[in-house]
Design a protein around this ligand. Structure first.
Ligand SMILES: [Zn+2]
Length: 237
């Protein structure tokens, strides 16, 4: 449809979208801008915030809402730049106001002024849900963190935005397997090198050592609704 619709601007919401996925959407559609709109049913639906043309974080409407960024376990404020759950208080909503309502959405504050000059404060894209958190060998991990690392590596190596995580118990210890797809034009001879790079990067950032397996393009299941990324088989085995 690309030639027929001449799409210039996309505003997308409702699903978390990695940098690699955003890049793929832009390249395939030919659009110039992909804006990320945030929101939730309890807050009028989409539109609690949106990124500007610089796409360096989402401006949220601080004259309508107070956003707090809290540690989902302790409910204490996190430091600027650390991942926390958005807890919202509405300032103008009538009939069904919310007071310190836990959204379960995780992100972090982006401090400092934006290049666009907007006075509205910014947070990062939604990085996941606090109820998606995995506790693996005592470390709290959000799928969004894995997604972010894979997106960075995808800028230099041919891996796609599709991945999943399987947790198991084997020989008395927990194991994590991350399956990532190679891009259609990727070279399978490079798989070992890419697997090692992903493994080391995750170990350095998240202090856990997963097994990595690069799969053929199209090998992982797709869904038109929210994709299942985590298979926790630790109880079953
Ligand atoms: Zn801006």
């Amino acid at each position: 449809m690309r030639d027929r619709i001449n799409l210039k601007t996309i505003i997308q919401g409702s699903e978390r979208c990695s940098d690699a996925m955003r890049q793929a959407i832009l390249e395939n559609s030919g659009a110039e801008h992909l804006y990320d709109i945030t929101g939730m049913t309890e807050l009028y639906g989409p539109g609690t915030g949106i990124d500007c043309r610089f796409h360096e974080g989402i401006h949220y409407w601080s004259d309508f809402f107070i956003f707090e960024f809290l540690d989902p376990d302790t409910l204490k404020p996190v430091k600027d730049g650390e991942i926390g759950e958005i807890v919202v208080t509405t300032l103008k909503k009538e009939a069904s106001p919310l007071i310190r309502y836990r959204t379960r959405d995780l992100t972090r504050v982006i401090s400092g002024p934006c290049k666009c000059g907007s006075p509205y404060p910014r947070h990062d894209r939604i990085l996941g849900r606090s109820d998606d958190m995995i506790i693996f060998r005592g470390v709290n991990i959000y799928p969004g963190q894995i997604d972010e690392i894979l997106s960075e590596i995808a800028q230099s190596y041919p891996i796609s935005s599709e991945f999943d995580i399987t947790l198991k118990h084997a020989d008395g210890r927990e194991t994590m397997l991350i399956r990532v797809e190679r891009e259609p034009d990727g070279d399978p001879d490079q798989d070992q090198e890419v697997e090692a790079l992903i493994s080391t990067t995750i170990k350095n950032r998240l202090i856990v050592s997963p097994d990595i397996s690069i799969m053929d393009y199209g090998a992982l299941p797709r869904s038109e609704r929210k994709s299942q990324r985590i298979y926790d088989n630790r109880q079953a085995s």
